[in-house]
Design a protein around this ligand. Structure first.
Ligand code: UD1
Length: 350
């Protein structure tokens, strides 16, 4: 049986890692296509090396671009690859432009399509990711949902009969990596015993509005403890264009971390400030309180349990260093037991 995984952006490489292992264990002929959406060493190759993901069979080298150009170019380059491979399943991950491009190509070629991380909703159609995930869910034959809430979202859209709750593969990889990492590799002037914040900002809604971006950076500078900001290329580019320095006050800007370094840094942090979907959940899994600089989250379980606080207007930076933790102090395991990838392999080979 041939399964072709199509990936392209950083969070998809993380999800691919446990899935590739589970496919290998199940004897699946697993092909990997990398669209090339992310191409910097630290955004792509580092993840394949550190997480021991097999080298992609194809790299479409699409690179950056506007949504139409990027997604369209992916479709043009992917179609002949999938037409030639004719896999038993095309597996797509999450909500990026790579996800949507592969979903459309597979559906048009009448290839069975499975969507991993199906059913997440922010209910904000202005986000490109929301458009990508809704369209991909509706084009898919099998919806692999991470949580019960995701299943309920799909049910409301009439997709229940194609849905299977498998748990979250990010739990698999996060807990596995956390067991193997040592202390965090922090900048020299940050003493982990004195407390620090890990921050990431990359969403268009935060980076592309100059005054909001400035408010966020000012808020990070003003923290009472050091802020280790791992800077996505989009953030660096937007700050440069807007004349906003990623230095000053408590800010310590570093290049994007690889996955093990990120897990170690988050585990040892006093708090996380982010607009990343994945990092909110990693913070939860590692028991670190988080502030999310967005109006909504696709992971409402983190908020309901008290581990994650939304700060939609970026109006309370004085709470970022101490967002508070729930009384129990232990996350309740909303994202599965770390065995989701095996269930994905079972579902596709069944
Ligand atoms: C994409 C996903 C987002 C995901 C994120 C993870 C979409 C619509 N968005 O956003 O859901 O959370 O990946 O990081 O697919 N760039 C580089 N080097 C790279 C990659 C990007 O310099 O290796 C720069 C380019 O200037 C590019 C910009 O970052 O224009 C944005 O990259 P893009 O892939 O369009 O979207 P992300 O913001 O990374």
């Amino acid at each position: 049986m041939i399964v072709t995984s199509v990936v392209g952006a950083r969070p998809q490489f993380v999800k691919l890692a446990p899935v590739a292992q589970a496919f290998a264990a199940a004897g699946v002929d697993h092909r990997i296509v990398h669209t090339g959406q992310h191409y910097d060493e630290r955004m792509s190759d580092a993840f394949f090396d550190e997480l021991e993901i097999p080298t992609p069979d194809h790299n479409l080298a699409v690179g950056s671009g506007g949504h139409g150009a990027q997604t369209g170019e992916m479709m043009i380059r992917l179609e002949p690859v999938l037409a030639e491979q004719r896999p038993d399943w095309v597996l797509v991950y999450g909500d990026t432009n790579s996800t949507l491009a592969a979903a459309v190509v597979a559906a048009k070629l009448h290839l069975p399509l499975a969507h991993l991380e199906a059913g997440l909703r922010s209910f904000n159609r202005r986000m490109p990711e929301e458009v990508n995930r809704v369209l991909t869910d509706h084009a898919s034959d099998l919806l692999l949902a991470p949580t019960r809430l995701a299943r309920e979202n799909l049910e409301r859209e009439g997709l229940a009969d194609r849905t299977l709750v498998v748990g979250d593969v990010m739990t698999d990889v996060c807990l596995r990596v956390a067991r193997g990492v040592g202390p965090a590799a922090l900048p020299d002037d940050v003493d982990p015993d004195d407390g620090y914040i890990v921050a990431t900002i990359h969403r268009a809604e935060n980076t592309d509005d100059r005054s909001r971006l400035e408010t966020i950076v000012t808020g990070l500078r003003s923290q009472p403890i050091p802020v280790v900001l791992t800077a996505h290329p989009r953030l660096v580019a937007r700050c440069e264009a807007a004349g906003i320095a990623l230095t000053g006050g408590s800010l310590r800007t570093v290049a994007p971390y690889g996955y093990p370094d990120m897990v170690a840094a988050v585990r040892g942090a006093a708090a996380v400030v982010t607009d990343s979907g994945g990092l909110q959940k990693e913070a939860y899994l590692l028991g670190t309180p988080c502030t999310t600089l967005r109006t909504e989250t696709e992971w409402p379980e983190t908020v309901a349990e008290g581990w994650n606080r939304l700060d939609p207007d970026v109006s309370s930076p004085e709470r970022w260093a101490h967002p508070g933790t729930p009384e129990s102090g232990i996350p309740r395991g909303a994202y599965g037991d770390g065995d989701a990838a095996r269930r994905v392999a079972d579902a596709l080979t069944d």
